[in-house]
Design a protein around this ligand. Structure first.
Ligand code: NDP
Length: 401
C-alpha cells in the first residue's frame, strides 16, 4: 500500500492530510507525525468526521534524525511529506536517505540562527539522492510551488520565452485581529523583515525591506498596496529558466500590519539572536510568536479572498505578449471544507498535489528537483479539480512599474 508520512501538524499539515483523505484512491494509507501528538490526534478526529478515513498519528521530534529514521522504518511510507518548519528540512532529508524513502517539502531550509533563504543547502543533497535512486521535490506549496508551475505552464502553452516575470501574492483576508500572521509567525516575520531582492540581467538587486511599494487592483479583492520582497522561488526560477531578464516577487500588506511590524522591529522584538532575560537566553522573535495568535485559530474569523498569480511577458511567434495567470481562494470556503483558512489551504492543497505527482509516478526521477523542472499539465489539472482553479488572461503589456 502506497502510504505517505506527513510530518508537521500545523495549518498546512492539516489541509494536506484532509485533502489526501478525500483522495484515498491516490493515498490509501496516511500517517501524521509532529512534535505535539495531540495536534495530530485533533486533525485525525476532524479527518475521520469529515471523510470517514482513519489516519495513524505519532509523536516525533524531526530534529532527531535517528528517531525520525526509526519512525520512517516503522511506518514504511513511500514518501515523507515535510510540513514542519524550514529548520527541519535537512534533518528530514537525512532521515529519508537513511531509510531509503522519497522526500517532499513546501519551504526551503533556513538555519534557525540566520534568516537566510537559499536553496544551496538542499541542492547540495543532489548527488546523495541521485546515488540512492531517490527523489526529493522542493517547494510544493503555493509560493513557492504553484507560482513556479504557473510560469512553466505559460512557457509551455502561451509564450516561447519569458523575458520578465512578476509574482503577485495578495491576501485580501481580514481576521479581525490587530496583528496576526496567516502562517507560522516566526517564519513569516523572518521572511518579511529580510532585505528585498529581485533578479535583473543575471544579478541580484538588494533593497531594504518593505521600501518599494506599488498599488495593484486584484480581481475579487480590490486595490491593495504590495511590497517588493525576496522569495525563494526567485532563485530556483532564475537557475532553471536563465532566459528570464527580470524576476520580482510582490506581497500585499495592510497599513496596520506594516505599522505593528515597524514598531516590533524598532523595539527589538523581531530579533533572532539570543538575549538574556531573568538569567535565561531567549530569542525575542520566538517569544513574540508565543504571544501572537496561532494561525490555525484565525480560521473561524477570517473573511475575504486570496489572489496569487504570475504576470509573464515574452515572445510568442516573434511578437511580445503578456499573460496573467492566477488563483482566487475564499477564506470562508476553505474553512468550511477543511477547518483551515485560505493561506493554509493554498499551501496544503499543492502539498497534496505534489505528493500525488510523486506517489503516482507522474513526476519521477532520482535527485533533488524544483517544481519548474517537471511537466506542469498534470499538476495544473489537479489544481482545477481539487479546490484551486486558475484563470489566465492576456494583458495589454507588462506592469507599468
Ligand atoms: P505551523 O507553525 O502552523 O505548523 C508547523 C508544525 O510543525 C507544527 O505542528 C509544529 O509542532 C511542527 N514542528 C515544528 N518543529 C518540529 C519538529 N522539530 N519536529 C516535529 N514537528 C515539528 O506552520 P504552517 O502549517 O503554517 O506551515 C508549515 C510549513 O509550510 C512551513 O515550513 C512554512 O514555511 C510552509 N509554508 C509554505 C508556503 C508556501 O506557499 N510554499 C506558505 C505557507 C507556509 P508544534 O505544534 O509542536 O509547534
Amino acid at each position: 500500500m502506497a502510504k505517505v508520512l506527513v510530518i508537521g501538524a500545523g495549518g498546512v499539515g492539516s489541509v494536506a492530510v484532509h485533502k489526501m483523505a478525500m483522495n484515498s484512491d491516490i493515498f490509501p494509507g496516511i500517517a501524521l507525525a509532529s512534535r505535539t501528538k495531540s495536534k495530530c490526534d485533533a486533525i485525525a478526529a476532524s479527518v475521520k468526521e469529515r471523510t470517514g478515513v482513519t489516519i495513524d498519528t505519532y509523536q516525533i521530534d524531526a530534529d532527531d534524525v535517528a528517531a525520525t529514521t526509526a519512525l520512517i522504518n516503522e511506518v514504511k511510507p513511500v514518501l515523507v511529506v515535510n510540513l514542519a518548519l524550514p529548520y527541519q528540512d535537512l534533518n528530514i532529508m537525512d532521515a529519508c536517505l537513511a531509510a531509503g524513502v522519497n522526500y517532499m517539502d513546501t519551504a526551503n531550509y533556513e538555519p534557525i540562527d540566520e534568516a537566510k533563504f537559499e536553496y544551496s543547502w538542499q541542492w547540495a543533497y543532489q548527488d546523495k539522492f541521485k546515488q540512492a535512486g531517490l527523489m526529493a521535490l522542493l517547494g510544493s506549496g503555493f509560493d513557492p510551488g504553484v507560482t513556479s508551475v504557473f510560469a512553466t505552464w505559460l512557457k509551455k502553452h502561451k509564450l516561447d520565452t519569458i523575458r520578465t516575470l512578476d509574482i503577485l501574492d495578495c491576501n485580501g483576508g481580514d481576521h479581525g485581529q490587530h496583528f496576526a500572521t496567516n502562517f507560522n509567525p516566526e517564519i513569516n516575520i523572518r521572511e518579511v523583515t529580510a532585505p528585498a531582492r529581485h533578479y535583473l540581467n543575471g544579478e541580484w538587486v538588494e533593497t531594504p525591506a518593505l521600501t518599494i511599494r506599488q498599488q495593484f487592483d486584484f480581481e475579487e479583492v480590490g486595490p491593495k498596496n504590495m511590497y517588493l520582497m525576496y522569495h525563494e522561488e526567485l532563485e530556483s526560477l532564475a537557475h532553471h529558466l536563465p532566459e528570464i531578464e527580470r524576476i520580482r516577487f510582490w506581497m500585499t500588506f495592510g497599513d496596520a500590519y506594516i505599522t505593528h511590524l515597524t514598531v516590533l522591529q524598532n523595539v527589538g522584538m523581531t530579533r533572532i539572536d539570543p538575549v538574556i532575560y531573568e538569567g535565561k537566553e531567549i530569542i525575542p522573535l520566538q517569544f513574540l510568536k508565543a504571544v501572537l495568535p496561532e494561525p490555525a485559530s484565525l480560521g473561524p474569523t477570517t473573511k475575504g479572498k486570496t489572489n496569487i498569480g504570475d504576470i509573464a511577458t515574452g515572445l510568442k511567434d516573434g511578437e511580445e505578449k503578456t499573460f496573467y495567470i492566477y488563483n482566487i481562494c475564499d477564506h470562508e470556503d476553505a474553512y468550511r471544507e477543511t477547518g483551515n483558512q485560505a493561506v493554509s489551504y493554498t499551501t496544503g492543497v499543492p502539498a497534496m498535489i505534489g505528493a500525488a505527482m510523486m506517489v503516482q509516478g507522474v513526476w519521477s526521477g532520482a535527485g533533488v528537483f524544483n517544481m519548474e523542472q517537471f511537466d506542469p499539465d498534470p499538476y495544473m489539472d489537479m489544481l482545477n479539480k481539487h479546490g484551486l482553479p486558475w484563470q489566465v488572461k492576456e494583458l495589454a503589456g507588462p506592469l507599468a512599474f
